[in-house]
Design a binder for this molecule. Structure first.
Ligand code: UDP
Length: 478
């Protein structure tokens, strides 16, 4: 059967790559004439990403994973932030990406002598892979942006060049809140991404440069659904923005992202099985989140005071700028003396676990989350209310959206900054009690959104329809 090939490339981060792979899977499941090739940028500092790719390669038949040859990493004088390093690393792969797609196109055209229709019909790049738009242009392939964050953040990024031109001063020094089209409320500068709060930093220049290129694409696929972000999506419906396709939620619910420690996973599930329904609070801070020693101790103090059942994913801060957090060799080293003993009946502390599987468990009743977009979507899918504790990337803005725009979460903090902020144990205790014992309005709204998220994916649901339109635009003859 003739195939229409679609090529994908993602930033090497679990929160970027997993939803991109799941989106590729969604496309090929939707139409068997589509074939997906995912170009892989390897980063040795990302063991969880590398393990995920290995497990996906082993289990996937309908997607080709194509590792790109290694490139020289950017030299330290070329970047000052992780964002700078990653953007340059991706950019350095352009030649290899062009070669890989050219090869794919020439094998397509060789095959097409018999089938007369195999071709590469689209190249999807993620929010930090915008340098690859050049490759698509050189090869004459339609380029699409795959956006794994909310529509509100997309709206912010598209608006950033205007905000930058209008406000030469730092945003926090403006003394006023910002009007951003995707938000109903005006937005306090302190919930902008940390990178955007320092205009002199290279991370800010990279954000701007990526944002400026989004409008060069033929369309933008967003991992969201209309019923969740209708205002933000409506604000994007203008002639200045390429067509937006809200096709979410795209989640990896069935294949745990990572089961590196099977024993730990099984003992967590055994423990959860013994707990009453909706009684356990999950604390998890994402693939890149870790907290300082004093903050860990305050959380421990808050948990003991609250006396609520808990499952706490506690990870060790990275050893260097480009590293990610890792599991503690011994968690007791960072917890208050005797904490594990005193809370033995009440909770568990663990390392990386497959979060979506945990959220699916009937004993989970609340989630203190760093508000990464995948985590938010997972919690909505399972109807588990969040208390917001944003740490990095666009998470402060996501927390603001969840609490202030949508009324779908309870606030611990909206503008937390690791290192310069400390949430005291009393505050942790109060937030936990509000989340687990009160917060009925939020809990009810989250349950409603859970139903809407499921309807969006059904045949003729809003996301299903958007996917159909996308496929018709990608491959008009199908
Ligand atoms: N995750 C997980 N186990 C962990 C921490 C994170 O499975 O201990 C998964 C989580 O379910 C989500 C992804 O990693 O799918 C993180 O993506 P998100 O957008 O929430 O945040 P990021 O880590 O990209 O900041």
């Amino acid at each position: 059967m003739a195939k229409s090939h679609i090529v994908f490339i993602s930033t090497p981060g679990i929160g970027n790559l997993v939803p991109l792979v799941e989106f590729a899977q969604l496309l090929v499941n939707h139409d068997r004439r589509l074939h997906a090739t995912i170009l892989i940028i390897t980063m040795s500092q990302r063991p969880i990403v590398n393990a995920y790719i290995q497990s996906r390669v082993a289990t996937s038949t309908s997607i080709t994973f194509l590792p790109l040859p290694p490139v020289d990493p950017p030299s330290p004088d070329q970047y000052r932030s992780t964002m700078g390093y990653i953007s340059l690393l991706i950019q350095n792969h352009k030649r290899h990406v062009k070669n890989a797609i050219t090869k794919l196109m020439s094998s397509d055209s060789a095959e097409s002598k018999s089938s007369n229709s195999d071709q590469v019909v689209g190249f999807f790049v993620d929010m930090f892979c915008t340098s690859m738009i050049d490759v698509a242009n050189e090869l004459g392939i339609p380029c699409y942006l795959y956006f794994a964050s909310p529509a509100t953040f997309l709206s912010f990024m598209l608006h950033l060049p205007f905000l930058d031109a209008q406000n030469p001063a730092e945003f926090v020094d403006l003394g006023t809140e910002l009007s951003i089209p995707g938000f109903v409320n005006s937005v306090p500068p302190l919930v902008l991404p940390t990178a955007v709060l320092n205009k002199k930093g290279d991370a800010y220049s990279w954000y701007l440069s990526h944002a400026r290129r989004y409008t060069e694409t033929k369309g933008i696929v967003v991992n969201t659904f209309r019923e969740l972000e209708s205002h933000a999506l409506d604000s994007l419906d203008t002639s200045q923005v390429p067509q937006v396709y809200p096709i979410g939620l795209v989640l990896d619910l069935y294949e745990p992202t990572q089961k590196r420690d099977l024993n730990q996973y099984e003992s967590v599930i055994r423990w959860l099985d013994d707990q009453p329904s909706s009684s356990v609070m999950l604390l998890c801070f994402g693939s890149m989140g870790s907290l300082s020693g004093p903050q860990v101790r305050e959380i421990a103090y808050g948990l003991e005071r609250a006396g609520v059942r808990f499952l706490w994913v506690l990870r060790e801060p990275p050893k260097s700028q480009l590293d990610l957090p890792s599991d503690h060799a011994n968690v007791e080293d960072v917890l208050p003396n005797g904490f594990l003993e005193r809370t033995r009946e009440l909770g568990m502390v663990c390392g990386w676990i497959p979060q979506a599987k945990i959220l699916a468990h009937q004993s989970i009743g609340g989630f203190i989350s760093h508000c990464g977009w995948n985590s938010i979507l997972e919690s909505l899918w399972y109807g588990v209310p969040i208390a917001t504790w944003p740490i990095y990337a666009e998470q402060q803005m996501n927390a603001f959206e969840m609490v202030k725009e949508l009324g779908l979460a309870i606030e611990v903090r909206l503008d937390y900054r690791e290192g310069s902020d400390l949430v005291m144990g009393e505050e942790v205790d109060r937030s936990i009690k509000r989340l687990m014992n009160g917060g009925d309005v939020v809990r009810g709204r989250v349950k409603e959104m859970r139903e809407k998220s499921r309807i969006a994916l059904m045949e003729n649901g809003s996301s299903h329809q958007a996917l159909g339109v996308l496929i018709r635009n990608l491959v008009p003859k199908i």
